[in-house]
Design a protein around this ligand. Sequence first.
Ligand code: DX5
Ligand code: ZN
Length: 222
Amino acid sequence: MTKFEISASILAADFTRLGAHVQEADAAGAERFHMDVMDGRFVPNITFGPLVVEAVRRCTRRTIEAHLMIVEPDRYIPDFVKAGADIILVHQEACSHLHGTLQQIHRLGKKAGVVLNPATPILTIADILPEVDQVLVMSVNPGFGGQTFIESSTDKVASLREMIEQRKLACAIEIDGGIGPANAGTVVRAGVRVLVAGAAVFRAPEGVAAAIARLRGSVEAP
Ligand code: DX5
Ligand code: ZN
């Protein structure tokens, strides 16, 4: 069985009871928490900053990843590290000196991931791939939760996996946007190791625990 992890995206959680919602997902076996930081400039929406990451850090010992959808991410990376993020994800499109940004993250002792928007080709990160711990393929345009999965993302994952395997690199592939029981199995078979899921975890009518079990089950027994 192919190994994969679920990263629960707190963007879809109930912020009036964020701690309880996070702990519910933690107890149900979500391996990671995904935190979408938006600045209203790189994306047309504003969410939260290090303060909320720090609050979630106090609710779980699981891996926390900060997905920075902000311009000039270099300026804020130390703040998110201090807040307790284990993985920092920066957009290829937002970094003028991506190599330097990844070095900064590594110097701070954290894992570094690069995010690709739907229109950004994987070739743009071919040279930097050995420095990357994780590539996050956006399967929606970033900015909002609950959008529809862009079908061509599966082929993008498959090409990226080929590129990683050919060069014998250790980089993991993650996918973000519109993921649920209907497509999770397909993307994992294409090469995804980390499934980000917001609405499918926190907005499912059956509740968080049952939703996580259903998502996991959809991959394990398609
Ligand atoms: C979108 C965010 C996603 C979002 C995914 O810009 O990067 O992490 O929370 O939400 P769903 O799983 O609901 O599409
Ligand atoms: Zn995200």
